[in-house]
Write a protein that binds this ligand. Structure first.
Ligand SMILES: Nc1nc2c(ncn2[C@@H]2O[C@H](COP(=O)(O)OP(=O)(O)O)[C@@H](O)[C@H]2O)c(=O)[nH]1
Ligand SMILES: [Mg+2]
Ligand SMILES: [Zn+2]
Length: 328
């Protein structure tokens, strides 16, 4: 039989059988799951699986079915890809106007996979009831200019919740972002009975607590809209992108890079005749987006296992130093 993974970890998963509305607790059949080889974890919320009942109300999963999309992160401890949400049609990156502070560089990192995969990527600025800094407005305008959709929401005042509901209606979407920005609160605001756990933001560090330990898929009462709530990450290491393809994951850099003198060989760092550097000068690429690009480029070049081998001595800044900017 086929079913969809709602949540789970290690060897215990909640699977919703096709055509039914009560999930079944399933374990994995055997040590290695067919189809999940090479991943840090075998299954993500939203995964489609082949499973069979054990006759006592539980079941076992025998195979992972092919994924139409995957949101993943590189697990630095496990040195492997950790699957977080699967088979979604939209990715929403939730950020907040404050508590924790708006982190455009984190947002840029999150955008790479969806943009690279051609999935719609929507920026949600939650907590818009808090004072929004001019700098934040400026960056949001720039994201709109680049072509991203931006929604401003507040769980406190209800602003934007209906727009959000319309945007995700009938689709399966993944809500990602730092801890404490209000992902679970937003989903609970969409529907009363969803009951996703809401955490507090630690005043001292303005960090959210990691209340969602693994991603959870839930279905709204229309029966057609599926949402995946994911745990917040403080850091998002980027791997798995060929450094020479990175420019194409930034829509505005993609547009500019076609005019680089070196053509496809240009890394857009300090090459002569680089049209991206020119675009930064004339304002069509925001300097902060360009900075994101350069940092991620170096990170990819520094991690040859998951990208092209770097040429020695090319790095100008230490990786540690760069890290701190997106470690909220
Ligand atoms: N002021 C304000 N606080 C919010 C809003 N949305 C969520 N919060 C608070 O932010 C904290 C973290 O929310 P939570 O949903 O757990 O964030 P998550 O970690 O992204 O899932 C909680 O204390 C929420 O009450 C909002 O729109 N405005
Ligand atoms: Mg949460
Ligand atoms: Zn260039």
């Amino acid at each position: 039989m086929k079913g969809t993974v709602l949540f789970g970890a290690n060897n215990s998963f909640s699977v919703l059988p096709d055509g039914q509305n009560l999930p079944v607790r399933c374990s994995l059949k055997g040590k290695k799951l067919k189809g999940a080889e090479g991943f840090y974890n075998p299954l993500a919320a939203g995964d489609r699986v082949e499973w069979e009942g054990d006759g006592h109300g539980e079941g076992s999963i025998s195979a992972l079915l092919p994924r139409s999309s995957l949101f993943w992160r590189y697990n630095e401890k496990g040195k492997a890809i950790q699957a977080i949400a699967a088979n979604m049609e939209l990715v929403l990156c939730v950020s907040s106007a404050g508590m924790p502070p708006f982190r455009p560089r984190f947002l840029d990192r999150v955008s790479l996979e969806p943009v690279g995969d051609g999935l719609p990527f929507i920026i949600v600025l939650n907590k818009s009831d808090l004072l929004i800094d001019d700098g934040v407005h400026e960056r949001l305008e720039d994201y709109r200019r680049v072509g991203f959709e931006v929604l401003e929401t507040s769980v406190t005042t209800g602003q934007g919740i209906e727009d959000l509901r319309k945007r995700i209606a009938g689709k399966r979407s993944a809500f990602v972002g730092q801890s404490g920005v209000g992902k679970s609160s937003l989903l609970n605001a969409l529907e009363d009975g969803l009951g996703l756990k809401v955490g507090e933001v630690c005043e001292k560090y303005q960090r959210g607590r990691h209340t969602t330990v693994a991603a959870v898929m839930a279905t709204l009462s229309d029966g057609q809209t599926h949402v995946i709530d994911t745990p917040g990450f403080r850091r998002l290491a980027v791997r798995g992108i060929d450094p020479m393809s990175l420019g194409a994951c930034f829509p505005e850099i993609k547009r500019a890079q076609q005019r680089c003198a070196l053509g496809a060989r240009c890394r857009h760092e300090d090459e002569p005749g680089c049209a991206v550097a020119q675009a930064v000068e004339d304002g069509s690429v925001h300097p902060d987006r360009y900075e994101s690009y350069l940092r991620i480029l170096m990170e990819l070049e520094d991690n040859p296992d998951y990208g092209r081998r770097k040429s020695p001595g090319r790095r100008s800044r230490s990786y540690q130093e760069m890290d701190e900017d997106y470690d909220v």
